[in-house]
Ligand binder design. Structure first.
Ligand SMILES: Cc1cc2nc3c(=O)[nH]c(=O)nc-3n(C[C@H](O)[C@H](O)[C@H](O)COP(=O)(O)OP(=O)(O)OC[C@H]3O[C@@H](n4cnc5c(N)ncnc54)[C@H](O)[C@@H]3O)c2cc1C
Length: 323
């Protein structure tokens, strides 16, 4: 696959970079190891209100991601999701570029690259009893609530995602049961109180020990204090958190500092044609926030545009002038 610009990471920074790549008329490919767009926001706090994104006094994580995806639509990007960028062949010189290899064997040839890989590749912590059930009733994400209408849903976990999803699915699902190993919760105390006051059944010191159904999920076995019992369930949401790992990125020859990629003021790394933006970058005074990532994305793409076409200008013009 060939393109002008390949972006590694479809978190908020990568999505905004995608919009800007479109604005610069670049053919863009976006790679992310998650099956959903939105990076940390989608994985860890889709229902939380975010208060420090310019122009939004308060915006839910999920809504911000939806807005970024809609804004990036005009770029006509090719999204390669559920695929991890593993190998980089970087060619220096005037006709240089990058060849990025993904874990499914796909190769992407690009004239320039922007790494917006945040804190690395996320992998959901597995539900031991759920092996082989992904897509047959077991999920790690809740991208939309409608599919859970009139279903019996079991949510596993005691953190913010587990409680946020329990709270949001309670009015939609037939029943919601929250299963947690301990009797203390990491979630925000107010949300815990609200869920406790709702129809959600909370089982503590409890574990989901088996998923049952053929081919799709029909029941789960929940063991409380060593006592197993069956309950109807057509959906199990494992909200056990994620582990992040920079992984192969560190082998690509990009200068790093404390597990971040070192960039200059134009978001260039030490490798020609390779830029970085967002949480992954490091420089003196770096602040890891969504708002900062947006600015860095604009800087990276507009500088990459000149590397791709040396007759282009760094300043893209004002978007309002083309409207
Ligand atoms: C609970 C919580 C609350 C937060 N609240 C706020 C807040 O209120 N305000 C704020 O400004 N910030 C907040 N943040 C921080 C904010 O989420 C991050 O600054 C932001 O997500 C960084 O965006 P990013 O696009 O740079 O990276 P990420 O969101 O981390 O996205 C990086 C993407 O790259 C992908 N990736 C990584 N490596 C590879 C690879 N090799 N191949 C393919 N894909 C790869 C990952 O799967 C991921 O999707 C919060 C963070 C957390 C955890």
């Amino acid at each position: 696959m060939e393109c002008d610009l390949v972006i590694v990471g479809a978190g908020p920074t990568g999505l905004f970079a995608t919009y800007y790549a479109g604005f610069r008329g670049l053919r863009v490919v976006v790679v992310d190891s998650l099956p959903e767009l939105g990076g940390q926001i989608t994985a860890m706090y889709p229902e939380k209100p975010i208060l420090d994104v310019a122009g939004f006094p308060s915006v839910k994580g999920r809504e911000l991601v939806a807005g970024l995806v809609a804004q990036a639509e005009s770029a006509g990007a090719t999204y390669l999701l559920d695929r991890t960028a593993t190998g980089l062949d970087h060619r220096a010189g005037p006709d240089g570029g990058v060849t990025l290899t993904l874990d499914d064997g796909t190769t992407v040839e690009a004239k320039a690259m922007i790494v917006t890989a945040g804190i690395g590749k996320f992998s959901p912590r597995p539900l031991p009893a759920g092996e082989g059930w992904l897509g047959r009733g077991l999920e790690f994400f809740v991208p939309s609530f409608e599919p859970y209408a009139d279903r019996d849903v079991v949510i596993v976990g005691g953190g913010d995602s587990a409680f946020d999803w329990a709270q949001n699915l309670e009015p939609i699902a037939r029943s919601v049961t929250l299963v947690h190993r301990r009797d203390a919760f990491r979630a925000h105390a107010r949300t815990v109180e609200q869920v406790k006051a709702s129809s959600v059944e909370i089982l503590t010191k409890a574990e989901v020990t088996a998923l049952i159904g053929d081919p799709d999920l029909e029941k789960v076995e929940v063991t409380v204090d060593g006592e197993p019992s069956l309950r109807p369930a057509q959906a199990v949401i494992a909200a056990l958190g994620f582990v992040a790992d920079l992984g192969p990125l560190q082998e690509w020859g990009i200068e790093t500092h404390k597990r971040h990629l070192v960039v200059d003021s134009s978001m260039r790394t030490n490798l020609e044609r390779v830029f970085a933006a967002g949480d992954i970058t490091d420089y003196d005074g770096k602040v890891r926030l969504i708002a900062v990532g947006f600015g860095e994305a604009a800087t990276a793409v507009n500088n990459a545009a000149v590397v791709i076409d040396p007759t282009a200008h760094v300043f893209p013009g004002h978007s309002s002038e083309g409207a």
